[in-house]
Write a protein that binds this ligand. Sequence first.
Ligand SMILES: NC(=O)c1ccc[n+]([C@@H]2O[C@H](COP(=O)([O-])OP(=O)(O)OC[C@H]3O[C@@H](n4cnc5c(N)ncnc54)[C@H](OP(=O)(O)O)[C@@H]3O)[C@@H](O)[C@H]2O)c1
Length: 168
Amino acid sequence: MDDLHGKTALVTGASRGIGRAVAAALARAGSHVAINYYTREKEALETLALVRETGQRGLLVQADVSNSSETLEMTHTVERELGRVQILVNNAGIVLQKGLNEITEQDWDRVLAVNLKSAFLVTQAVFQGMRELHWGRIVNISSVAAQTGGITAPPYVASKAGLWGLTH
Ligand SMILES: NC(=O)c1ccc[n+]([C@@H]2O[C@H](COP(=O)([O-])OP(=O)(O)OC[C@H]3O[C@@H](n4cnc5c(N)ncnc54)[C@H](OP(=O)(O)O)[C@@H]3O)[C@@H](O)[C@H]2O)c1
């Protein structure tokens, strides 16, 4: 990865899994990293420790990224504590394992909100800052399921295909 010394990154869903690995890699490349999590504070603290081990600054920000007011508050906190977000990784996501007949309207709305709307909300919240800095990177974590379908349920697949469109 390029030298990202002194940049500020925000990784959504970084309490575990891919988000944690991305947060740690960004810190090793020199970024300060804001670690968003939703429910797992203990795991998020472990990610924070990985970031701080590198000597970079880290910050925990709890928020449901499918919620616009929580997302705005989160980005304001990051800006206040670490500076404007220059690197955004829209990683937070949930999987649903249900057959078509079992999926409820609420299931559909929740998966689309957490996996797709969140990327729009967080991007919108940080985008103006990137424009003013004339520098920014946004990475949206989709899935091979966007092209292939597979064992994950239709709303998951649709949300990940939607991320491709948003990215374009
Ligand atoms: N793992 C795979 O094989 C795979 C393959 C293709 C694509 N992906 C995509 O890669 C991303 C990460 O996958 P993963 O397997 O590492 O996921 P994971 O281990 O299940 O972790 C999901 C993360 O998203 C967070 N999250 C869930 N709902 C949230 C919400 N409403 N607001 C904020 N954060 C929320 C969780 O926070 P808490 O734990 O704090 O609640 C957690 O940090 C996802 O977008 C997934 O669709 C994964």
